[in-house]
Design a protein around this ligand. Sequence first.
Ligand code: NAD
Length: 89
Amino acid sequence: MTDTPQRIAVVGGGTMGRGIAQTALTAGREVVLCDVSEAVLDKAREAIDGGLRRLVDKGRLEADAAEAALARLSVTTRMADLADATVIV
Ligand SMILES: NC(=O)c1ccc[n+]([C@@H]2O[C@H](COP(=O)([O-])OP(=O)(O)OC[C@H]3O[C@@H](n4cnc5c(N)ncnc54)[C@H](O)[C@@H]3O)[C@@H](O)[C@H]2O)c1
């Protein structure tokens, strides 16, 4: 166990939230992304997937690390799902 936060919750899946989520994912964290809109969350997952692929294309991330990063992302419209996060942004 380290004292580095392992599970990061991000409220808002728009421009800022997806960027913060992607950064935390590439840093090896689990991320739960929360928005009031399912449609925004769908788009956020697509955008993060695209962002991770671009990092792979640029040689800044291994393909398997990108796949693992996306697998650490969960999305929700329920604030209650953030209760076990170590940090909420
Ligand atoms: N975009 C920037 O460059 C930038 C820079 C600095 C600060 N900010 C600030 O960051 C915040 C977010 O900006 P953004 O550009 O990502 O906005 P955005 O409009 O792209 O995203 C905001 C998201 O928050 C969601 N949301 C609203 N109320 C919510 C709630 N109660 N629970 C969960 N989700 C909710 C919306 O559905 C939307 O998807 C704003 O306060 C903005 O002023 C933005």
